[in-house]
Ligand binder design. Structure first.
Ligand code: PMP
Length: 396
Protein backbone atom coordinates (compact mmCIF):
# COMPACT_ATOMS: atom_id res chain seq x y z
CA UNK A 1 0.00 0.00 0.00
CA UNK A 2 2.71 2.45 0.96
CA UNK A 3 4.34 1.69 -2.36
CA UNK A 4 1.53 3.60 -4.05
CA UNK A 5 2.49 6.86 -2.37
CA UNK A 6 3.99 9.60 -4.44
CA UNK A 7 6.90 11.49 -2.95
CA UNK A 8 6.28 15.06 -1.80
CA UNK A 9 8.83 17.72 -2.59
CA UNK A 10 10.90 18.88 0.39
CA UNK A 11 9.54 21.81 2.40
CA UNK A 12 10.81 24.86 0.54
CA UNK A 13 12.42 26.56 3.56
CA UNK A 14 13.70 23.46 5.35
CA UNK A 15 14.97 21.97 2.08
CA UNK A 16 17.00 25.07 1.36
CA UNK A 17 18.33 25.15 4.92
CA UNK A 18 19.55 21.56 4.48
CA UNK A 19 21.28 22.58 1.27
CA UNK A 20 22.97 25.45 3.09
CA UNK A 21 24.09 23.20 5.94
CA UNK A 22 25.70 20.81 3.48
CA UNK A 23 27.61 23.60 1.71
CA UNK A 24 31.22 23.52 2.91
CA UNK A 25 32.42 26.75 1.34
CA UNK A 26 34.10 28.86 4.04
CA UNK A 27 32.46 32.09 2.86
CA UNK A 28 28.92 30.63 3.25
CA UNK A 29 26.23 33.01 4.52
CA UNK A 30 23.02 31.20 5.52
CA UNK A 31 20.03 33.52 5.83
CA UNK A 32 17.30 30.91 5.28
CA UNK A 33 15.50 29.69 8.41
CA UNK A 34 14.03 32.15 10.93
CA UNK A 35 16.32 31.36 13.82
CA UNK A 36 18.12 34.03 15.86
CA UNK A 37 21.90 33.62 15.69
CA UNK A 38 24.44 35.49 17.78
CA UNK A 39 27.64 36.95 16.37
CA UNK A 40 29.32 33.54 16.67
CA UNK A 41 26.66 32.00 14.45
CA UNK A 42 25.08 30.18 17.40
CA UNK A 43 21.41 30.06 18.34
CA UNK A 44 21.96 30.50 22.10
CA UNK A 45 20.11 29.03 25.06
CA UNK A 46 19.06 32.21 26.85
CA UNK A 47 20.62 32.70 30.30
CA UNK A 48 17.30 32.82 32.16
CA UNK A 49 16.22 29.63 30.38
CA UNK A 50 19.48 27.96 31.40
CA UNK A 51 18.91 28.97 35.01
CA UNK A 52 15.31 27.74 34.92
CA UNK A 53 16.54 24.49 33.41
CA UNK A 54 19.03 23.98 36.23
CA UNK A 55 16.26 24.55 38.76
CA UNK A 56 14.07 22.08 36.92
CA UNK A 57 16.72 19.37 36.77
CA UNK A 58 17.26 19.68 40.55
CA UNK A 59 13.58 19.65 41.43
CA UNK A 60 11.94 17.42 38.84
CA UNK A 61 10.68 14.20 40.35
CA UNK A 62 8.31 12.99 37.66
CA UNK A 63 7.82 12.78 33.96
CA UNK A 64 4.13 11.97 34.27
CA UNK A 65 1.88 13.67 31.72
CA UNK A 66 1.12 17.35 32.04
CA UNK A 67 -2.57 18.18 32.38
CA UNK A 68 -4.10 18.39 28.87
CA UNK A 69 -4.35 22.18 29.16
CA UNK A 70 -0.62 22.37 29.88
CA UNK A 71 1.67 23.52 32.67
CA UNK A 72 -0.51 25.62 35.01
CA UNK A 73 2.10 28.36 35.52
CA UNK A 74 2.73 28.65 31.79
CA UNK A 75 -0.99 28.74 31.04
CA UNK A 76 -1.47 31.50 33.63
CA UNK A 77 1.51 33.56 32.46
CA UNK A 78 1.12 33.47 28.67
CA UNK A 79 -2.04 35.59 28.39
CA UNK A 80 -0.44 38.15 30.73
CA UNK A 81 2.61 38.31 28.50
CA UNK A 82 0.60 38.71 25.32
CA UNK A 83 -2.30 40.85 26.54
CA UNK A 84 -0.63 42.68 29.43
CA UNK A 85 -1.42 41.77 33.05
CA UNK A 86 -4.19 44.33 33.55
CA UNK A 87 -5.98 43.75 30.24
CA UNK A 88 -9.75 44.00 30.57
CA UNK A 89 -10.33 40.62 28.94
CA UNK A 90 -8.20 39.06 31.71
CA UNK A 91 -9.78 41.11 34.49
CA UNK A 92 -13.21 40.07 33.21
CA UNK A 93 -12.00 36.42 32.98
CA UNK A 94 -13.08 36.25 29.35
CA UNK A 95 -10.00 34.34 28.16
CA UNK A 96 -8.94 30.72 27.96
CA UNK A 97 -5.43 29.48 27.25
CA UNK A 98 -4.16 26.09 26.17
CA UNK A 99 -0.49 25.17 25.91
CA UNK A 100 0.41 23.88 22.46
CA UNK A 101 3.37 22.33 20.66
CA UNK A 102 4.86 25.61 19.41
CA UNK A 103 3.19 28.39 17.50
CA UNK A 104 2.35 25.84 14.79
CA UNK A 105 0.35 23.83 17.31
CA UNK A 106 -1.30 27.04 18.49
CA UNK A 107 -2.39 27.92 14.96
CA UNK A 108 -3.67 24.42 14.41
CA UNK A 109 -5.70 24.35 17.64
CA UNK A 110 -7.10 27.81 16.86
CA UNK A 111 -8.16 26.67 13.40
CA UNK A 112 -9.67 23.42 14.69
CA UNK A 113 -11.89 25.39 17.06
CA UNK A 114 -12.70 27.97 14.40
CA UNK A 115 -13.77 25.22 11.99
CA UNK A 116 -16.13 23.75 14.60
CA UNK A 117 -17.60 27.18 15.36
CA UNK A 118 -18.13 28.00 11.70
CA UNK A 119 -17.26 25.26 9.18
CA UNK A 120 -17.83 27.65 6.30
CA UNK A 121 -15.57 30.37 7.73
CA UNK A 122 -13.20 31.80 5.18
CA UNK A 123 -9.77 32.69 6.52
CA UNK A 124 -8.24 35.82 5.01
CA UNK A 125 -4.48 35.48 4.69
CA UNK A 126 -2.13 38.34 3.92
CA UNK A 127 -0.31 38.21 0.62
CA UNK A 128 2.48 37.37 1.25
CA UNK A 129 2.40 35.32 4.43
CA UNK A 130 4.40 32.59 6.12
CA UNK A 131 3.99 29.67 3.70
CA UNK A 132 3.03 27.21 6.45
CA UNK A 133 -0.20 29.08 7.28
CA UNK A 134 -2.00 27.52 4.37
CA UNK A 135 -1.23 23.84 5.10
CA UNK A 136 -1.68 24.35 8.86
CA UNK A 137 -5.11 25.91 8.56
CA UNK A 138 -6.15 24.28 5.30
CA UNK A 139 -5.79 20.72 6.57
CA UNK A 140 -8.60 21.48 9.01
CA UNK A 141 -10.80 22.13 5.99
CA UNK A 142 -10.95 25.90 6.20
CA UNK A 143 -11.09 27.84 2.96
CA UNK A 144 -8.99 30.89 2.18
CA UNK A 145 -9.22 34.33 0.71
CA UNK A 146 -6.23 36.61 0.25
CA UNK A 147 -5.71 40.25 1.03
CA UNK A 148 -2.90 42.24 -0.48
CA UNK A 149 -0.39 43.35 2.12
CA UNK A 150 3.03 44.20 0.78
CA UNK A 151 4.04 46.29 -2.19
CA UNK A 152 7.20 44.81 -3.66
CA UNK A 153 7.86 47.94 -5.72
CA UNK A 154 7.92 50.36 -2.80
CA UNK A 155 9.16 47.81 -0.23
CA UNK A 156 6.39 48.75 2.13
CA UNK A 157 2.99 47.84 3.49
CA UNK A 158 0.22 48.68 1.03
CA UNK A 159 -2.43 49.54 3.59
CA UNK A 160 -4.82 51.03 1.07
CA UNK A 161 -4.92 47.82 -0.97
CA UNK A 162 -5.16 45.77 2.20
CA UNK A 163 -8.27 47.63 3.32
CA UNK A 164 -9.77 47.51 -0.17
CA UNK A 165 -9.41 43.73 -0.20
CA UNK A 166 -10.73 43.38 3.34
CA UNK A 167 -13.96 45.04 2.24
CA UNK A 168 -14.85 41.51 1.08
CA UNK A 169 -14.79 40.14 4.66
CA UNK A 170 -18.15 38.70 5.74
CA UNK A 171 -19.65 37.95 9.16
CA UNK A 172 -18.16 34.73 10.49
CA UNK A 173 -14.93 35.02 8.49
CA UNK A 174 -11.53 35.08 10.18
CA UNK A 175 -8.73 37.46 9.28
CA UNK A 176 -5.21 36.29 9.97
CA UNK A 177 -2.95 39.11 11.11
CA UNK A 178 0.72 38.96 12.07
CA UNK A 179 0.92 40.47 15.56
CA UNK A 180 4.33 41.99 14.82
CA UNK A 181 7.50 41.40 12.79
CA UNK A 182 5.61 40.21 9.72
CA UNK A 183 7.04 37.03 8.22
CA UNK A 184 8.23 37.29 5.46
CA UNK A 185 8.24 41.03 4.79
CA UNK A 186 9.04 42.80 8.09
CA UNK A 187 6.41 45.51 7.43
CA UNK A 188 3.98 45.99 10.34
CA UNK A 189 0.78 47.94 10.95
CA UNK A 190 1.04 51.11 13.04
CA UNK A 191 -1.42 51.96 15.84
CA UNK A 192 -3.66 53.99 13.55
CA UNK A 193 -3.83 51.15 11.02
CA UNK A 194 -4.60 48.55 13.71
CA UNK A 195 -7.50 50.79 14.75
CA UNK A 196 -8.87 50.88 11.21
CA UNK A 197 -8.65 47.08 11.02
CA UNK A 198 -10.37 46.77 14.41
CA UNK A 199 -13.21 49.02 13.24
CA UNK A 200 -13.72 46.99 10.07
CA UNK A 201 -13.73 43.63 11.89
CA UNK A 202 -16.17 44.93 14.47
CA UNK A 203 -18.46 46.31 11.81
CA UNK A 204 -18.36 43.04 9.82
CA UNK A 205 -18.64 40.64 12.74
CA UNK A 206 -15.43 38.89 11.70
CA UNK A 207 -12.88 37.39 14.09
CA UNK A 208 -9.15 38.15 14.01
CA UNK A 209 -6.71 35.25 14.22
CA UNK A 210 -3.51 36.88 15.41
CA UNK A 211 -0.28 34.98 14.90
CA UNK A 212 2.26 36.43 17.30
CA UNK A 213 5.51 34.51 16.97
CA UNK A 214 8.02 37.34 17.46
CA UNK A 215 6.81 39.39 20.43
CA UNK A 216 9.80 41.34 21.77
CA UNK A 217 11.91 41.05 18.65
CA UNK A 218 10.52 44.11 16.85
CA UNK A 219 10.69 46.97 19.35
CA UNK A 220 9.98 45.45 22.76
CA UNK A 221 7.48 43.15 24.48
CA UNK A 222 4.95 45.94 25.08
CA UNK A 223 5.10 47.76 21.79
CA UNK A 224 5.05 44.55 19.74
CA UNK A 225 1.79 43.52 21.40
CA UNK A 226 0.04 46.82 20.71
CA UNK A 227 -2.15 45.47 17.91
CA UNK A 228 -3.20 42.27 19.64
CA UNK A 229 -4.00 44.17 22.84
CA UNK A 230 -6.01 46.77 20.98
CA UNK A 231 -8.09 44.18 19.13
CA UNK A 232 -8.61 42.16 22.30
CA UNK A 233 -9.94 45.21 24.10
CA UNK A 234 -12.26 46.37 21.32
CA UNK A 235 -13.59 43.18 19.74
CA UNK A 236 -15.80 40.66 21.49
CA UNK A 237 -13.78 37.67 20.27
CA UNK A 238 -10.14 37.17 19.27
CA UNK A 239 -8.08 34.07 18.50
CA UNK A 240 -4.38 34.32 19.35
CA UNK A 241 -1.61 31.90 18.44
CA UNK A 242 1.55 32.70 20.41
CA UNK A 243 4.98 31.10 20.14
CA UNK A 244 7.89 31.00 22.61
CA UNK A 245 10.26 29.65 19.97
CA UNK A 246 11.92 32.95 19.13
CA UNK A 247 11.52 35.26 22.12
CA UNK A 248 12.51 32.59 24.65
CA UNK A 249 14.76 30.70 22.24
CA UNK A 250 12.81 27.48 22.89
CA UNK A 251 12.51 26.43 19.24
CA UNK A 252 13.05 22.68 19.61
CA UNK A 253 11.08 22.44 22.83
CA UNK A 254 7.88 23.21 20.89
CA UNK A 255 6.33 25.75 23.23
CA UNK A 256 3.35 27.91 22.39
CA UNK A 257 -0.20 28.75 23.39
CA UNK A 258 -3.59 29.38 21.89
CA UNK A 259 -5.42 32.15 23.70
CA UNK A 260 -9.16 32.59 23.19
CA UNK A 261 -10.68 35.97 24.02
CA UNK A 262 -14.42 35.48 24.26
CA UNK A 263 -17.55 37.38 25.22
CA UNK A 264 -17.95 35.82 28.66
CA UNK A 265 -16.24 33.52 31.14
CA UNK A 266 -18.67 30.80 30.13
CA UNK A 267 -17.81 31.13 26.45
CA UNK A 268 -14.13 30.92 27.40
CA UNK A 269 -14.74 27.62 29.21
CA UNK A 270 -16.62 26.29 26.18
CA UNK A 271 -13.87 27.37 23.77
CA UNK A 272 -11.32 25.68 26.04
CA UNK A 273 -13.33 22.45 26.03
CA UNK A 274 -13.24 22.50 22.23
CA UNK A 275 -9.49 23.21 22.24
CA UNK A 276 -8.94 20.30 24.63
CA UNK A 277 -11.03 18.09 22.35
CA UNK A 278 -8.94 19.12 19.36
CA UNK A 279 -5.69 18.50 21.26
CA UNK A 280 -6.96 15.05 22.29
CA UNK A 281 -7.67 14.19 18.66
CA UNK A 282 -4.24 15.41 17.56
CA UNK A 283 -1.65 14.67 20.26
CA UNK A 284 -3.42 14.42 23.68
CA UNK A 285 -0.95 16.16 26.01
CA UNK A 286 1.54 18.90 25.12
CA UNK A 287 5.29 18.45 25.65
CA UNK A 288 6.37 19.61 29.11
CA UNK A 289 9.96 20.78 29.13
CA UNK A 290 9.81 24.08 27.25
CA UNK A 291 6.57 25.25 28.85
CA UNK A 292 7.82 24.52 32.37
CA UNK A 293 10.94 26.58 31.60
CA UNK A 294 8.94 29.39 30.01
CA UNK A 295 6.52 29.38 32.95
CA UNK A 296 9.41 29.72 35.41
CA UNK A 297 11.03 32.53 33.44
CA UNK A 298 7.78 34.45 33.09
CA UNK A 299 6.62 34.00 36.69
CA UNK A 300 9.89 34.60 38.55
CA UNK A 301 10.84 38.29 38.85
CA UNK A 302 14.60 37.62 38.80
CA UNK A 303 14.48 35.28 35.78
CA UNK A 304 11.98 37.51 34.01
CA UNK A 305 14.22 40.58 34.33
CA UNK A 306 17.22 38.59 33.16
CA UNK A 307 15.25 37.29 30.18
CA UNK A 308 13.90 40.70 29.17
CA UNK A 309 17.39 42.17 29.29
CA UNK A 310 18.81 39.47 27.01
CA UNK A 311 15.81 39.67 24.68
CA UNK A 312 16.25 43.42 24.39
CA UNK A 313 19.93 42.98 23.52
CA UNK A 314 18.98 40.46 20.81
CA UNK A 315 16.45 42.90 19.40
CA UNK A 316 18.98 45.72 19.45
CA UNK A 317 21.48 43.50 17.68
CA UNK A 318 18.96 42.73 14.92
CA UNK A 319 18.19 46.43 14.56
CA UNK A 320 21.93 47.18 14.45
CA UNK A 321 22.41 44.60 11.69
CA UNK A 322 19.48 46.13 9.79
CA UNK A 323 21.09 49.56 10.00
CA UNK A 324 24.49 48.27 8.92
CA UNK A 325 23.06 46.26 6.04
CA UNK A 326 20.93 49.14 4.84
CA UNK A 327 23.99 51.44 4.71
CA UNK A 328 26.29 48.80 3.18
CA UNK A 329 23.79 47.81 0.46
CA UNK A 330 22.96 51.39 -0.43
CA UNK A 331 26.67 52.22 -0.72
CA UNK A 332 27.56 49.09 -2.70
CA UNK A 333 24.68 49.20 -5.16
CA UNK A 334 23.57 52.81 -5.58
CA UNK A 335 20.02 51.57 -4.87
CA UNK A 336 17.98 52.71 -1.89
CA UNK A 337 17.93 49.97 0.74
CA UNK A 338 16.78 52.21 3.58
CA UNK A 339 13.66 50.04 3.94
CA UNK A 340 15.82 47.31 5.50
CA UNK A 341 16.48 49.59 8.48
CA UNK A 342 12.84 50.53 8.86
CA UNK A 343 11.38 47.02 8.91
CA UNK A 344 10.91 45.03 12.10
CA UNK A 345 11.94 41.63 13.31
CA UNK A 346 14.00 39.00 11.61
CA UNK A 347 12.87 39.20 7.99
CA UNK A 348 13.13 41.43 4.93
CA UNK A 349 12.63 40.95 1.24
CA UNK A 350 15.64 42.29 -0.64
CA UNK A 351 13.77 42.61 -3.92
CA UNK A 352 16.01 40.26 -5.94
CA UNK A 353 14.79 38.00 -8.73
CA UNK A 354 14.85 34.20 -8.31
CA UNK A 355 17.64 34.11 -10.91
CA UNK A 356 19.72 36.55 -8.86
CA UNK A 357 19.03 34.54 -5.71
CA UNK A 358 20.20 31.38 -7.48
CA UNK A 359 23.32 33.12 -8.74
CA UNK A 360 24.14 34.26 -5.19
CA UNK A 361 23.73 30.71 -3.95
CA UNK A 362 25.80 29.07 -6.66
CA UNK A 363 28.57 31.63 -7.06
CA UNK A 364 28.80 33.23 -3.62
CA UNK A 365 27.48 30.61 -1.17
CA UNK A 366 24.84 33.11 -0.04
CA UNK A 367 21.57 31.39 0.90
CA UNK A 368 18.21 33.13 1.06
CA UNK A 369 14.70 32.05 0.08
CA UNK A 370 13.82 32.20 -3.62
CA UNK A 371 11.62 35.20 -2.83
CA UNK A 372 14.81 36.97 -1.59
CA UNK A 373 13.55 36.87 1.98
CA UNK A 374 16.51 37.02 4.34
CA UNK A 375 16.75 36.25 8.03
CA UNK A 376 18.59 39.38 9.18
CA UNK A 377 19.41 37.62 12.46
CA UNK A 378 21.49 35.11 10.49
CA UNK A 379 24.02 37.85 9.71
CA UNK A 380 27.12 38.72 11.70
CA UNK A 381 28.97 42.04 11.85
CA UNK A 382 31.64 40.44 9.67
CA UNK A 383 29.25 39.15 6.99
CA UNK A 384 27.33 42.38 6.33
CA UNK A 385 29.88 43.85 3.94
CA UNK A 386 30.58 40.58 2.04
CA UNK A 387 26.80 40.14 1.63
CA UNK A 388 26.42 43.69 0.31
CA UNK A 389 29.27 43.13 -2.15
CA UNK A 390 27.85 39.80 -3.30
CA UNK A 391 24.45 41.39 -3.90
CA UNK A 392 26.02 44.33 -5.70
CA UNK A 393 27.71 41.74 -7.94
CA UNK A 394 24.46 40.15 -9.05
CA UNK A 395 22.73 43.52 -9.48
CA UNK A 396 25.42 44.82 -11.83
N1 PMP B 1 4.05 31.92 12.81
C1 PMP B 1 5.04 32.51 12.15
C2 PMP B 1 4.76 33.76 11.39
C3 PMP B 1 6.31 31.96 12.16
O1 PMP B 1 7.29 32.56 11.49
C4 PMP B 1 6.55 30.78 12.89
C5 PMP B 1 7.90 30.14 12.96
N2 PMP B 1 8.70 30.26 11.88
C6 PMP B 1 5.48 30.20 13.57
C7 PMP B 1 4.24 30.80 13.52
C8 PMP B 1 5.58 28.89 14.32
O2 PMP B 1 6.48 28.86 15.30
P1 PMP B 1 6.84 27.55 16.11
O3 PMP B 1 8.23 27.20 15.73
O4 PMP B 1 6.74 28.00 17.53
O5 PMP B 1 5.87 26.48 15.78
Amino acid sequence: MLATLSRLPKDSILGLAALARADERSNKIDLTVGVYMDDNGLCPVMRAVQEAQQQLVQAEVSKAYLPPQGDPTFVAEMPKLVLGAGHRALVETRTATIQTPGGCGALRIASEVLAVANPSAKVWLPNPTWPVHEPLLGSVGLKFARYDYYDYATHSLNFERMMQDLQGVKAGDAVLLHGCCHNPCGADLNAEQWQIVADLLLERGAIPLIDIAYQGLGDDLEHDALGVRMLASQLPEVLIAASCSKNLGLYRERTGATIFVTQSAEHAETALSQALGAARRLYSMPPAHGAILAGKVLADAHLNAMWQQELQSMTQRIQGLRNQLSVALTAATDCDFSFVAQEKGMFSFLGLTPAQVLQLREEQAVYMLDSSRINVAGLKDATVEPLAQAIAGVLR
